[in-house]
Write a new protein. Structure first.
Ligand code: SAH
Length: 242
């Protein structure tokens, strides 16, 4: 009898703790969205209309802390990058919002991401488009991202291990491409796999320094137009030896 009573109290304590933690996550996530809005408002020349509402809605729904190894809500929703191991980081929430906004994704789109990392950006895209294909060069990160994306029910996200320089031709062509690692030039295969009218968003510039966040629009077969949005700092785009 006594043992049952102790077990019931322990269960109650665990449930109360979990509910309190969940409530904190909901508050922190809402605060993160307000921070993104404020950040966008300060940059009115770049973002005269702010970040598109569907992007903010997706970010309000996706539990960022689940993508961070041992991530708590206290670290999961702060507006800064967070280390996910293997010298990789999950991007700052504002930058995720900005890149997704600039890619102008639509529900009927097929999107490609290069640099899966934690899988968070892929999850945001999965909420907003029909199909997401994402390539990660480091197998342990890809495996972790695959697991979290499946657990969270993002069945329209496909993850592949490989050098994203070559894109993922079998999954495309793409309406939008987001590259989340820094390189000095746009890989030609990515432009090839982009549909005419599609957009590619990537940090262009020397790895290890600041880069120009650039939007490249494919205006015709073999024709592109680029525009620089702001300075950013991303982890290096690495090449696998062929
Ligand atoms: N988008 C990620 C953040 C990624 S950080 C997120 O939401 O968490 C950049 C990632 O790009 C790192 O995981 C790095 O391993 C990966 N990367 C670097 N070079 C790459 C390449 N050539 N192909 C695919 N992934 C690459």
């Amino acid at each position: 009898m006594k043992l049952w009573w102790v077990m019931a109290v322990a269960f109650q304590l665990v449930a109360t703790h979990a509910a309190a933690e969940e409530a904190q996550c909901v508050r922190e996530r809402a605060a993160m969205i307000e921070t993104i809005r404020a950040h966008a408002a300060k940059d009115a020349t770049t973002l005269p209309q702010g970040i598109a509402e569907p992007v903010l809605k997706a970010m309000a729904e996706i539990e960022r802390h689940r993508f961070i190894p041992e991530g708590t809500c206290a670290v999961g929703y702060v507006d800064r990058p967070v280390s996910i191991g293997h010298r990789s980081t999950i991007s700052q929430p504002f930058i995720v919002a900005l890149m997704t906004h600039l890619a102008e994704v639509r529900p009927e789109h097929t999107a490609l991401e290069i640099g899966t990392g934690s899988g968070y950006q892929a999850a945001i895209l999965a909420k907003l488009v029909k199909q997401v294909c994402t390539v990660e060069i480091l197998a342990p990160l890809a495996v972790h991202a695959m697991r979290v994306l499946a657990e969270r029910g993002h069945d329209n996200a496909r993850v592949r291990v490989g050098d994203g320089y070559d894109g993922w031709p079998e999954c495309g062509p793409y309406d939008s491409i987001i590259v989340t690692a820094a390189l000095g030039h746009v890989p030609a295969p990515l432009v090839e796999q982009l549909k005419v009218g599609g957009r590619l968003v990537m940090p262009l510039g020397p790895p290890g320094d600041v880069q120009y966040l650039t939007v490249i629009e494919k205006t015709g077969p073999g024709e592109t137009r680029g525009r620089v949005v702001m300075l950013v700092r991303f982890v290096p785009f690495v090449r696998s030896p062929h």
